[in-house]
Ligand binder design. Sequence first.
Ligand SMILES: Nc1ncnc2c1ncn2[C@@H]1O[C@H](COP(=O)(O)OP(=O)(O)OP(=O)(O)O)[C@@H](O)[C@H]1O
Length: 228
Amino acid sequence: MGETAITMRGVRAGYGATKVLRDITARVPRSRVTALVGHNGSGKSTLLGVLAGILAPTAGEVESSCAGRPALVLQRTAVPAVMPMTVREAVAMGRWAHRGWWRPLTRRDRTVIADCMERVGVADLARTRLGELSGGQYQRVLIAQGLAQQSDLLLLDEPAAGLDRDSQRRILEIFDQLVPTGVTIVHATHDAEAAGNADHCLLLKDGRLLAQGAPGETLNEPKHPAHP
Ligand SMILES: Nc1ncnc2c1ncn2[C@@H]1O[C@H](COP(=O)(O)OP(=O)(O)OP(=O)(O)O)[C@@H](O)[C@H]1O
């Protein structure tokens, strides 16, 4: 299926003595949505950490043809909305990678920030404080913050977790709008609809890759943990 954005060969990774990923050999297609699927603890977040470049593999290699640094959108629960800042200020933090946090925003930064808020539908909330947002709105702000990094690789850890169906669908729509702009998306999910909507799935179990490919093939894989 199309071009490859990332190739992993025999990737192992973990945390000190804890070995998590075991010999992952997989590909991520360019300008497509890839879903990382698997039970709790199967290694989805760890794999995102490797793809984000914040966790170095202990073996194997990761070859990426993406330009620049990937943008990682952490799980909403890992980034509580306790900071006394507005939506615009939170999205502006996405520009720090470009300009450093100490420099004033340029006109270009302001344009990018406004565009990212528009794309995820939070422009009308620009002056609202994070603490006043619903879960779905806050998740979209975090996505806008990731988009503001203007990376062509967007990694998201369970962006739809804990949201109602409408908010989940809205996130899938955002993915569908981003892909034609050349963004490669990789997201971890527990949700069957989100996984089924992806172009490509990587199915993990206990740190190993059980299957990869189109959702129809991967998720019906007899080795899928959901199968008896
Ligand atoms: N910082 C860490 N230090 C030590 N072990 C960790 C660390 N982070 C994760 N682990 C362990 O690595 C394994 C894989 O965790 P990971 O978070 O990658 O799985 P996951 O598939 O994303 O799970 P979930 O669906 O619950 O988010 C788990 O056994 C977990 O306890």
